[in-house]
Design a protein around this ligand. Structure first.
Ligand code: UDP
Length: 471
């Protein structure tokens, strides 16, 4: 076949790492499999520390980046939600987004403009440029389905979703209780809810939606998309393309000397024996919860690698990261006591290297979508401990649909107690049920690897989108 002509696409990820990383992986995939495509990121600046993002992008040679000027949030009340901040980062950058896109289009001609789930807010101001608009959805297809149906659901429901007596049935999804809906949908009178409604209405305008997932992970949902199964009626579902799982891969084996301590420690542990405990880049627990988790891990008698962060809602500045209240649990004593079985890490862990290590047998996770996909691609069963955003829905998918996770439950005081943690931890590593979860996730791991292979579904599905860009 003739070599395709150079094709140029622009992408608009919002600056949080959880969105930026999958966008970089999408760009990497395009570069590997369709190297006639050149890619330019248009990166809004939320006015927070953008150094890590800038450093990361500058180290990547297959992406050009236009860094937009920072937005100003001085006027926002302190309790503004994360989602509203992200939305406002896009809204307050609209002028410069349009300018950049228009300049690119005039100079080199664009075949597509690919935005993240928040970037869709830019559709109105760029649509007259005539560049086809796509969304790269960096979350589960189940969340996409909810988002597409949400405007209709809003019309049909008067009460708060959590007060509905029955779980909500979204086409292709396991029934989901309203209380497991994303945080942003929990208060119908809030500005955040209104913002989400406006955002989700835009999804129907996309030329296509790429998803960081794969067909065999959520087959019924993709089938429902394809069949235009509206269930609730009256919406337009754009073509949906699962192109994942796109996750970072390990950088290769470090030699023994510069290997970080926690990996050296893992090397000394038996196969499948260690619980990896981490709540993503931003997840924190209350002081009381932190203590219960510590006690639970100790009580389980299992080995654990725990990324400990300072507790939430705490104004005290800590000299060390490890911050149990002394009267509850003395940190030094805890470390000493659990020394033989536990390894504690401050703040940031090499998660890919850990999940791919043979010693890791389970992942206690907040169910962030990147962490979820990383666990799947490495075949590690989970304990689902959702904290915020859409994580409860992910926990439903993992525990009730795919059955690859135990889900923790809070007691009447809103705390997951140590007994439960110990029980689930032991069951995951040693129990029969844990073995069943492991077998199931290994099957899904196989399907994920297959989807990404040369003639796999995700590879073909990406090629289909590229075909549309070329024509
Ligand atoms: N991550 C990591 N080390 C950490 C915490 C997080 O490498 O100590 C990475 C993790 O591998 C994943 C991303 O940061 O790629 C977290 O994304 P996710 O969607 O799981 O959760 P979020 O941080 O957005 O809540």
């Amino acid at each position: 076949p003739n070599k395709p002509l150079p094709t140029h696409v622009a992408m608009l990820p919002t600056p949080g790492m959880g969105h930026l990383i999958p966008f970089i992986e999408l760009a990497r995939k395009l570069n590997q499999q369709h190297n006639f495509i050149t890619i330019t990121f248009i990166l809004p600046d939320d006015g927070l520390n953008m150094k890590p993002q800038k450093a990361l992008l500058k180290s990547i040679n297959f992406i050009n980046t236009i860094f937009l000027p920072p937005v100003n949030f001085d006027d926002l009340p302190e309790n503004t939600t994360l989602e509203t901040r992200i939305s406002l980062t896009v809204i307050r950058s609209l002028h410069s987004v349009r300018e950049s896109l228009s300049q690119l289009n005039e100079s080199i001609g664009l075949s597509a403009f690919i935005v993240d789930m928040f970037g869709a807010l830019s559709f109105d101001v760029v649509k007259d440029l005539g560049v086809p608009l796509y969304i790269f959805f960096t979350s589960a297809a189940m969340i996409l389905s909810l988002a597409l149906h949400f405007p209709k659901l809003d019309e049909l429901t008067d009460s708060e979703y959590r007060d509905l007596p029955e779980p909500v049935k979204i086409p292709g999804c396991v029934p989901v209780h309203g209380s497991d809906f994303p945080d942003t949908l929990q208060d119908k009178k809030s500005q955040t809810y209104e913002g989400m409604l406006e955002l989700c209405r835009k999804y129907q305008l996309a030329e296509g939606i790429l998803v960081n997932g794969f067909l065999d992970l959520e087959p019924d949902i993709y089938k429902a998309f394809e069949a235009q199964d509206h269930g609730l009626g009256g919406i337009n579902i754009p073509p949906v393309y699962p192109v994942g799982p796109l996750v970072r891969t390990r950088l290769g084996d470090n030699n023994e000397d510069d290997k970080v301590e926690c990996l050296k420690w893992l090397d000394e542990q038996p196969n499948g024996s260690v619980l990896f405990v981490s709540f993503g880049s931003g997840g924190t627990l209350s002081r009381e919860q932190l203590k219960e988790l510590g006690l639970g891990l100790e009580m389980s008698g299992q080995r654990f690698l725990w990324v400990v962060k300072s507790p939430s809602h705490d104004k005290v500045k800590y000299a060390t990261y490890f911050t149990f209240a002394d009267d509850d649990l003395d940190p030094l004593e805890f470390i000493e006591r659990t020394n033989a079985k536990g390894f504690l890490l401050a703040q940031w862990a090499p998660q890919i290297e850990i999940l791919s290590h043979r010693a890791v047998g389970g992942f206690v996770t907040h169910c962030g979508w990147n962490s979820t996909l990383e666990s799947i691609i490495h075949g590690v069963p989970l304990i689902a401990w959702p904290l915020f955003a859409e994580q409860k829905m992910n926990a439903v998918l993992l525990s009730e649909d795919l059955k690859v996770a135990f889900r923790v439950r809070e007691n009447e005081n809103g705390v997951v107690d140590s007994e439960q943690i110990a029980k689930l931890g032991t069951s995951l590593i040693e129990g029969e049920e844990g073995m069943e979860l492991r077998n199931r996730i290994r099957n899904i791991q196989g399907a994920a690897i297959q989807a990404l292979s040369q003639d796999g579904h995700s590879t073909k599905s990406l090629a289909k989108v590229v075909e549309k860009w070329i024509n």
